[in-house]
Design a protein around this ligand. Structure first.
Ligand code: SF4
Length: 356
């Protein structure tokens, strides 16, 4: 087996960080050909791991870290990465692509957290991040900081709230790793979905069927979340703000009214209960409000509208006061926010009852 070209960065490192240039180069120079990778018995384990990577992102929310003792395991791990990308690209489902990207980024973040500081800085420079360590803390050039935290919405990430000295942002390890995770996530998502081919579809037919089946069952599980009693204090910050604005008679934008109504319906409020909330506004007009609400909840159009996701909320300027839960990579919908809060609260309640 030919050793990797850069002794500073081992095969094990490439297996852990397969999206970096060194790893791509190694795959190209030292790896099997495309045909060998997808057909040869020698690479059966890499194909198996590729499928496992995808299924784990669906079932566990992240790719689980594997034991990487020995070059054979390291190569299998490394070559399983392009296989996983072929599989998610061939299914071609946006939700799967998003979940896969986040699942890989979660694994990488866990790997980085386990590394020594020197290794973390080497990785950071491979990610083109202007960073170093000063006075025991990680620092990042402010322009790189701004670029890397673009998607982090809570105020704790705003530049004005950072320890900024001489154009550099000082950070503890946990926050620095979070920034690296953001960079990694955008690199992993680049080029996805990749073009697929008849050969790939044919060769991976059974793997693709299994992934599609799992994807459907995850979707069904998500739809079956029982919202139970509606608890407004567990609403996401955006909905709390819209709700408060509505009650205080603020003139909500069309998008704001729409998002709030569709959200309230989704979490289990009846048409009458929604009307009662809108009734509290000083400019309340029962006919107009009923018409709008009935339209959104599907009584007029026959189509029940889903509340918009976080990206749309942000575009419409109604993603208010995002908090640390909003900052989680996988958080992409106000309904997900609410259902997580509900689940946590139910769990706390059960634990309390058990203790009593
Ligand atoms: S991130 Fe999403 S859930 Fe959080 S406030 Fe913005 S829109 Fe609401």
């Amino acid at each position: 087996m030919v050793p990797p070209p850069d002794n500073d960065w081992s095969l094990r490192d490439m297996a852990k960080y397969p999206f970096l240039e060194d790893a791509k180069e190694y795959i190209k120079e030292e790896g099997p050909s495309f045909d060998e990778l997808i057909q040869d018995r020698l690479w059966g384990e890499a194909r198996k791991r590729g499928k496992e990577r995808v299924l784990q992102t669906l079932n566990e929310g992240r790719v689980l870290i594997r034991d990487l003792e020995g070059e054979i395991k390291q190569e299998e791990e490394l070559f399983s990465y392009p296989i996983a990308r072929m599989l998610v690209s061939s299914v071609g489902d946006d939700y799967l692509l998003r979940r896969y990207t986040l699942g890989e980024a979660e694994r990488v973040s866990e790997e980085i957290s386990r590394e020594e500081d020197d290794k973390i800085l080497k990785l950071s420079s491979r990610l083109d991040l202007n960073s170093d360590k000063r006075k025991g803390e990680f620092t990042v050039h402010f322009s790189d900081y701004l670029e890397s935290t673009e998607r982090l919405r809570s105020s704790g990430w705003k530049l004005v709230n950072q320890d900024l000295r001489d154009g550099r942002v000082y950070l503890g390890k946990r926050r620095f790793v979070r920034i690296l995770k953001e960079k990694v996530s955008s690199i992993i998502s680049e080029g996805l979905p990749a073009p697929t081919s008849d050969t790939i579809l044919e060769k991976f037919n059974s793997e693709l069927e299994d992934i599609k089946e799992e994807l459907e069952s995850v979707r069904t599980r998500m739809e079956e979340v029982d919202m139970g009693e509606v608890e407004t204090e567990l609403f996401p910050p955006c909905m709390k703000k819209l709700l408060a604005g509505q009650k205080e008679g603020e003139n909500l934008s069309h998008e704001g009214r729409f998002a709030l109504t569709a959200f309230l319906k989704k979490v289990g409020l009846s048409e009458d209960e929604i009307i009662d909330i809108f009734r509290e506004a000083p400019d309340f007009d029962i006919d107009m409000a009923s018409y709008q609400i009935q339209h959104i909840i599907g009584e007029i159009s026959g189509t029940e509208y889903n509340p918009p996701g976080c990206d749309t909320m942000k575009t419409n300027g109604i993603c208010f006061n995002p908090d640390s839960l909003c900052d989680q990579d996988w958080m992409n919908h106000p309904i997900s926010y609410y259902s997580i809060k509900k689940k946590n609260e139910d769990k706390d309640q059960e634990e309390k009852e058990e203790k009593e």
